[in-house]
Design a protein around this ligand. Structure first.
Ligand SMILES: [Zn+2]
Length: 165
């Protein structure tokens, strides 16, 4: 019943709200969100991408990092960031576009798990990269916002992304 929202959909520009109820209904939502991520072959998914303006991020970088599997981040907040790296990104909401994006390499993150328990943890590498991409979604930011205006205009000219997004 949830469907992937694509670039141009205004929900992708909305700021999401924190989750404050960790009940069975919420857990069912997490299960459905996880199914969609795997079905769509994504390595990360933020709730707004399926039309739900809540601060929920899931990811699984298992195909890129050994011993990684599903991770769930509720109400994630980046406390600090350092370093810099350039990595090519894609997004389930922006099919057919892959562009290099510069972001901090290491982040310190405060978040809750699916039961509501709180953690603060440092992430680097692929985890830090995917987390930053997905947390951007919670703030209504898309990865094409981070590329150069010239590259962005080329994507619009080729109609790969809409003029108003
Ligand atoms: Zn994305």
């Amino acid at each position: 019943m949830y469907k992937i929202k694509y670039i141009g959909d205004p929900i992708l520009r909305k700021k999401s709200a924190d989750v404050d109820t960790f009940d069975d209904k919420f857990n069912t939502f997490l299960e459905e969100m996880t199914e969609i991520m795997y079905r769509e072959d994504g390595i990360g998914l933020a709730a707004p991408q399926i039309g739900v303006s809540k601060n929920v991020v899931i990811l699984d970088v298992g195909e890129l990092v050994e011993d990684e599997s599903l991770r769930i981040f509720i109400n994630p907040k980046i406390l600090s960031a350092s370093g810099s790296s350039v990595i090519e990104e894609g997004c389930l909401s922006i099919p057919g576009v892959r562009e290099e994006v510069t972001r901090p390499e290491i982040i310190e993150l405060e978040f809750q798990d699916e039961t509501g328990a709180s953690y603060t943890h440092e992430f680097d590498g692929w985890l830090a990269r995917v987390l930053q991409h997905e947390i951007d979604h919670l703030n209504g930011i898309l990865f094409v916002d981070h590329i150069s205006p010239v590259k962005r205009q080329l994507l619009i000219n080729k109609k790969t992304i809409p003029e108003k997004y």
